[in-house]
Design a protein around this ligand. Structure first.
Ligand SMILES: [Zn+2]
Length: 78
């Protein structure tokens, strides 16, 4: 019983994290496409590797292959 209760709490905790509008990488700003693709410092390395340095959101979104690779790298496609 006690173990089950703890697992439920843990589950709820994870759910509440997922529901947060904050960026799950840096937790410094809302997780919007603009933030993640242009501004987030938490994914800067991966972003540079797959997308280079997009100057605008349309430019970043134009590289669908790079985008999918980045999302996959971050584990966000699962
Ligand atoms: Zn971020």
């Amino acid at each position: 019983m006690i173990t089950g209760h703890c697992q439920l709490n843990k589950h709820l905790f994870i759910l509440s994290i997922t529901d947060s509008p904050l960026c799950r990488v840096c937790m410094e700003a809302d997780e919007t496409p603009t933030h993640v693709l242009l501004r987030c410092r938490g994914v800067a390395e991966q972003r540079a590797a797959y997308l280079g340095s997009p100057a605008s959101l349309p430019e970043a979104l134009g590289d669908l292959g790079g985008l999918l690779s980045l999302w996959s790298e971050l584990g966000w496609l699962e």
